[in-house]
Design a protein around this ligand. Structure first.
Ligand code: DSN
Length: 403
C-alpha cells in the first residue's frame, strides 16, 4: 500500500487478531474469498434501485450479482422463491430492522394510525438488541416498545407471560431473536402469541443464522412473517444484512415484501454496497457446503463444553447452560466474584477478548455490569475443539478467580 500509516494499522490489527483468543460471540473470520469480493471493483459502482429497475446505467454485472446473492440466500435456508422474498441490500443489522419497522409499524400521525405503533421486544438487560425498540435507539424514539424479559428463576423465556403481555398491549410487531440469550427459541410459541394479538412476527436471527443454516438450531422460517439477519456473525460473511419476508403476508391492502423493499430503498438507503453484496454471495455459497454443517455443529459443542467447564469450576452460567454459540456468565456472583468490566479488562490483559454484559435481573450498571458474554464461533473457525474450549475455561477461571 502507498498509505503506510493505514498499512501499518492493518498489519497491527492482523497481529492482534492472531495472538488473542477471541470469544466475542458476534465476531468471526471471513474467508480470503469473502474479503477479495469485498475489496473488488463492485465497490466503485452505483446501483440505486433493484435488479432491472435501477436509476443508473451499466448494471449488466450488478443485476446478475444481486440476483445470484438472493437466490443463494433462499437456497441456503431451503426456501421457495414462491413463498419467500429476500432483500440483500441492508447495510447492517440495525438498518435492516429499522427498515422492517418503517415498512410495517405505523409511524403515527399518518393515514395508517394517529399514534405510533408498538414493537414488543426484549429488554437490553435480558439480552435484547438496541434495534428491538430500546429507548436509546431510534427504534424506541419513533415507536413505543413493549419490553419483555425472561423468567427471573429459570432465566429463560416464559411464553405464558409473553402471551399475557401481548394480549394486554396488542403490539403491531413482535421481535424474537436476541444478542445475549443462549437458549433455543420456541418459534411456534411465538407464532401462537403473535396470532393471538394480531401482530406481525419478526425473527432477528443475526446471532444464530449460521447455526440454522448448519441445521443445529431450529429454523424460524415455518413460523415467522419476516426474518432478518446480519451476515458477519455465525454466517461468517462480510458485514451486511438480509431481510426475508413472506410473499403471502399483507398489511392492509399491501404485501409486506414490497413495503419492505421500498423501506430499504428509497426509504432509508441510497446506493447498495455492491461489493458487500458480492461478498455476501460468496459467504452464502460457502455456508451451503458440507464443511459448514460440521463447523456449525462444532460451534455448539464448543460452547457447551465452555459452559460446562466454567460451571464445574464454580462460575454461574446464566440459565444453567447453552443451546447455541453463546454463554452468558455471572462473574459478579453477588460480590463474591469480579464485575463484568473488571473481568473484560483482566481477560484482555491475559489475551482473551470478551465483552462485559448485563445479565437478567441486573443489579449493576450497563457500564460495569455483572457478567460477561462468551461465544465459540471465531475460535471454532480457527479449528478449536471441545478440549480447547475446556482449556480456555480453565484459563478464564485462573485469571478471574479471587485468591
Ligand atoms: N454488536 C452485536 C453483538 O455483539 O451482538 C449486535 O449488534
Amino acid at each position: 500500500m502507498l498509505d503506510k500509516q493505514i498499512e501499518k494499522l492493518i498489519k497491527a490489527e492482523e497481529v492482534r487478531q492472531k495472538k488473542v483468543i477471541n470469544l466475542i460471540p458476534s465476531e468471526n473470520y471471513a474467508s480470503k474469498d469473502v474479503l477479495k469480493a469485498l475489496g473488488s471493483v463492485f465497490d466503485d459502482k452505483y446501483s440505486e434501485g433493484y435488479p432491472h429497475k435501477r436509476y443508473y446505467g451499466g448494471q449488466t454485472n450488478t443485476d446478475k450479482l444481486e440476483e445470484l446473492a438472493k437466490a443463494r440466500a433462499l437456497k441456503l435456508f431451503g426456501l421457495s422463491p414462491e413463498v419467500w422474498h429476500v432483500n440483500v441490500q441492508p447495510l447492517s443489522g440495525a438498518p435492516a430492522n429499522l427498515a422492517v419497522y418503517l415498512a410495517l409499524v405505523p409511524l403515527g400521525g399518518d393515514s395508517a394510525s394517529s399514534v405510533a405503533g408498538k414493537i414488543m421486544g426484549m429488554t437490553l438487560t435480558a439480552g435484547g438488541h438496541l434495534s428491538h425498540g430500546q429507548r436509546v435507539s431510534i427504534t424506541g424514539k419513533i415507536w413505543r416498545q413493549v419490553p419483555y424479559g425472561v423468567d427471573p428463576k429459570t432465566e429463560t423465556l416464559d411464553y405464558g407471560a409473553l402471551k399475557d403481555l401481548a394480549l394486554k398491549e396488542k403490539p403491531n410487531l413482535i421481535v424474537a431473536g436476541f444478542t445475549a440469550y443462549p437458549r433455543m427459541i420456541d418459534f411456534k410459541k411465538f407464532r401462537e402469541i403473535a396470532d393471538a394479538c394480531g401482530a406481525i412476527l419478526m425473527v432477528d436471527m443475526s446471532h444464530f443464522a449460521g447455526l440454522v443454516a448448519g441445521g443445529v438450531y431450529d429454523s424460524p422460517f415455518d413460523y415467522a412473517d419476516v426474518v432478518t439477519t446480519t451476515t458477519h456473525k455465525t454466517l461468517r460473511g462480510p458485514r451486511g444484512a438480509i431481510i426475508f419476508s413472506r410473499r403471502d403476508k399483507r398489511v392492509g391492502e399491501k404485501d409486506i415484501t414490497s413495503l419492505i423493499d421500498k423501506a430499504v430503498f428509497p426509504g432509508l438507503q441510497g446506493g447498495p454496497h455492491m461489493s458487500q453484496i458480492a461478498a455476501i454471495a460468496v459467504a452464502l455459497k460457502e455456508d451451503a457446503a458440507p464443511a459448514f454443517k460440521k463447523y456449525a455443529a462444532q460451534v455448539v459443542k464448543n460452547a457447551k463444553a465452555l459452559a460446562d467447564e466454567l460451571q464445574k469450576l464454580g462460575w454461574r452460567v446464566i440459565s444453567g447452560g447453552t443451546d447455541s454459540h453463546l454463554v452468558l456468565v455471572d462473574t459478579w456472583m453477588d460480590g463474591k466474584g469480579v464485575s463484568g468490566k473488571e473481568a473484560e479488562a483482566k481477560l484482555e490483559a491475559a489475551g482473551i477478548i470478551v465483552n462485559k454484559n448485563t445479565i437478567p435481573s441486573e443489579s449493576r450498571s450497563p457500564f460495569d455490569p455483572s457478567g460477561i458474554r462468551l461465544g465459540s464461533p471465531a475460535e471454532t473457525t480457527r479449528g478449536k475443539k471441545e478440549k480447547d474450549f475446556r482449556e480456555i475455561a480453565r484459563k478464564i477461571d485462573s485469571v478471574l478467580r479471587k485468591r
